[in-house]
Design a protein around this ligand. Structure first.
Ligand code: C2E
Ligand code: CA
Ligand code: CA
Length: 286
């Protein structure tokens, strides 16, 4: 017996169309990176996370949540990730000649399946060489989903990149599989507290407990801890009291286009948040 549900056909057709469009987008490089500041305890910008947006010819700016999962399923994440890496490294190389920008670090998101790709490590090393970017300014954000892979292989890959000077941050920490015995074998530099724990930090004692635990773990493992999704002064102050001194979130800046990010460097924290940063924040289509 064969059941046919018209809705299923619609969904399947829409998926196929999106996949075809995404293929074209990768070929034609219809993407742009936005930069979200990362600040230290004094509010000084130390770096940025790069966040990809699809500049769709008809729809406008499309959120990564709408296409990264499909890019991962179809393998398109590999050429897409390569574009992100190259764009970030070219930017770092350019900034290295500008005194105000030379110390800025860039964190890029790397999907587990990208990192698992056989040519990933060589790809990163050759992009670093070709662009002349300083590897110590580049940080790769990996997620806990990576920990399901062969831990030996993972460790070797990370050590190779680490030896070249590249840094590692564990993104969305606390939301996934973290087996601490696996975690401690990886050469990480930073733990990133997931924004889901920060959102209700002031009202939910469980979120406070998880946040404290991550900060203590980072401290005992000698890792920097950064909180993401910090969107109020109260959250930032609570984090500082708990011993977390690096932050990222709307309180400091939304992800913004390159020129706007460059314009924020060197300005005082107070003069950075103005109506313009919200306007240029790259609103998505829904
Ligand atoms: P993520 O890595 O967890 O990125 C942080 C997300 O939180 C970003 O969403 C950012 O705009 C948002 N965010 C930052 N501060 C705040 C805040 O204060 N409050 C709230 N509510 N949200 C905040 P975005 O840009 O939509 O990115 C979504 C996800 O897409 C990212 O989550 C990441 O998993 C993925 N992604 C983005 N760019 C790339 C990329 O180049 N490669 C890969 N593989 N994935 C990417
Ligand atoms: Ca991230
Ligand atoms: Ca995250």
């Amino acid at each position: 017996m064969c059941l046919f549900e018209p809705r299923m056909q619609i969904v399947a057709t829409a998926r196929a169309a999106l996949e075809a469009e995404l293929k074209t987008a990768v070929r034609e490089q219809q993407f742009v990176l936005h930069y979200q500041s990362q600040v230290d305890v004094r509010g000084a910008i130390t770096g940025a996370e790069t966040l990809i947006r699809w500049e769709h010819p008809a729809l406008g700016l499309v959120s990564p949540d709408a296409f990264i999962p499909m890019a991962e399923e179809t393998g398109l994440i590999v050429p897409l990730g390569r574009w992100v890496l190259r764009t970030a490294c070219e930017q770092l190389a350019l900034w290295s000649t500008q005194p105000q920008m030379a110390a800025i670090t860039l964190s890029i998101n790397v999907s587990a399946c990208e990192f698992g790709h056989a040519e990933f490590v060589d790809g990163v090393l050759s992009v670093l060489e070709e662009t002349g970017a300083d590897p110590s300014r580049l940080k790769l954000e990996l997620t806990e989903s990576l920990l399901v892979y062969d831990i030996e292989d993972l460790g070797v890959k990370m050590e190779t990149l680490k030896a070249a000077g590249v840094g590692f941050s564990l993104d969305d920490f606390g939301t996934g599989y973290s087996s601490l015995s696996r975690l401690k074998r990886l050469p990480l530099d930073q733990l990133k507290i997931d924004r889901n724990f920060i959102r209700n930090l002031l009202v939910d004692s469980k979120d406070v407990a998880v946040t404290r635990m991550v900060i203590a773990l980072g401290e005992s493992m000698g890792l920097n801890v950064i909180a993401e999704g910090v969107d109020s002064e109260e959250q930032r102050n609570a984090l500082e009291q708990m011993g977390c001194f690096s932050y990222q979130g709307y309180l400091f800046s939304r992800p913004v286009p390159l020129l706007e990010f460059e314009g924020m460097i060197g300005r005082t924290p107070e003069s950075r948040t103005g109506p313009d940063s919200a306007v240029a924040a790259g609103r998505f289509v829904n």
